[in-house]
Design a protein around this ligand. Structure first.
Ligand code: HEC
Ligand code: HEC
Length: 299
């Protein structure tokens, strides 16, 4: 087992990608579609009975998630998986914990038709929108007016703008050596030397690979993760490695929201993902480092 840990650490250090800052210049989007997509994101009209909007479960000013273990959808129905943040979701290589949507547009179909989220159908939603002021707006932007593709296209275009640049750690990466504290720098060193960075790297500090939930120790999980999509036994308990951006704001943590505090997740990661003994001092430093990932939050 020790040998596996050493090989894993060596490999992860060799393969370790860097973390790159979020661009802090204007992003290339279609502003008219963004305006429409934003309206839709905040509008409960998308749900079957007009009560649930995307923003109910993805509160932008509060980390882009809903701060609950499981979300509450239409008619008070409770889901079975933790709501991830929509902030910076554009940088994820696939969407959902199990990666079943290849991009934001495909993702946006999911909640609208999910019986425990918005409980609608596209034919019904299109009918509703055609009888609303949205008709004019869609007709002026899209040649074919209100369709499933155009609804999800507008929402996805808006979501592309939901990025949070200028986190202290991004400023540090850009050369401002005082943007993070001494303890955070020590946490960063541990984040690299312990091997966190082998899974949480790139522009989203995660979101670019699948990894097993419980690499060194079996972790109990009701959800089978990626296996539900591929039915390949090797994919059992694999999940998309989540982004760590704005992680201070998105408690509770993990796909089943089992931990309320960051320190308990960091301990879990050290023990289950890295197969190491978790020292309190390391947990404290790494946790403080993670706080430097909070960027400019949107309203
Ligand atoms: C009732 C709560 C709820 C509503 C309403 C809701 N979501 Fe979600 N959202 C979730 C949950 C839970 C997940 C994770 C589901 C999974 O991975 O299986 C999720 C996942 C996502 C993701 C993927 C993020 C990632 O990192 O994989 C995006 C993007 C997203 N939602 C956007 C939207 C949009 C756009 C809408 C409106 C059309 C919406 N959501 C409506 C709860 C909700
Ligand atoms: C082998 C890959 C791997 C390594 C190494 C790893 N993680 Fe993770 N991390 C994951 C996966 C996968 C998840 C999501 C697990 C789940 O909920 O199913 C995750 C989740 C997290 C979360 C919770 C995110 C959320 O939104 O709920 C935090 C925080 C985190 N990791 C921090 C760390 C830290 C700190 C380290 C180093 C001590 C580390 N990770 C090492 C793969 C890894």
């Amino acid at each position: 087992m020790k040998l596996i840990v050493i090989i894993f650490t060596l490999l992860s250090n060799l393969l370790a990608d860097d973390i790159t800052p979020i661009p802090n210049k204007a992003i290339d989007v279609n502003p008219i579609k963004v305006k429409l997509g934003k309206k839709l994101f905040f509008d409960p009209i998308l749900s079957k009975n007009g009560t649930v909007a995307c923003v109910n479960c993805h509160i932008l000013s509060d980390g882009g998630d809903d701060n609950r273990q499981f979300s509450i959808g239409i008619n008070g129905k409770i889901g079975n998986i933790n709501s991830p943040t929509v902030l910076n979701a554009r940088y994820n290589f696939v969407q959902f914990w199990d990666g079943r949507a290849k991009n934001l547009q495909e993702q946006a179909e999911g909640p609208i038709e999910n019986p425990v989220e918005m409980g609608n159908t596209f034919p019904n939603l299109i009918k509703t929108l055609k009888n609303s002021p949205y008709k004019k707006e869609f007709d002026s932007i899209y040649k074919d007016g209100i369709t499933k593709e155009n609804i999800t296209d507008a929402i996805a275009e808006y979501e592309k703008t939901l990025i949070t640049p200028n986190a202290p750690f991004d400023k540090y990466l850009r050369g401002d050596k005082n943007a993070i504290t001494k303890m955070q720098k020590e946490g960063y060193e541990l984040f690299k030397s312990k091997g966190c960075i082998s899974c949480h790297n790139g522009i989203n500090i995660g979101g670019n690979l699948y990894a097993k939930f419980g690499v060194f120790k079996q972790a109990k999980s009701k959800s089978l993760g990626r296996y539900d999509v591929t039915k390949n036994p090797l994919d059992k308990y694999f999940f998309k490695v989540p982004t760590l951006r704005n992680i201070a704001l998105t408690s509770p943590y993990l796909h089943d929201g089992r931990y309320k505090t960051l320190k308990s997740v960091v301990r879990f990661m050290i023990e289950y993902q890295l197969g190491r003994k978790a020292k309190q001092d390391d947990i404290d430093k790494i946790t403080v480092f993670l706080l430097s990932f909070t960027g400019n939050i949107l309203k």
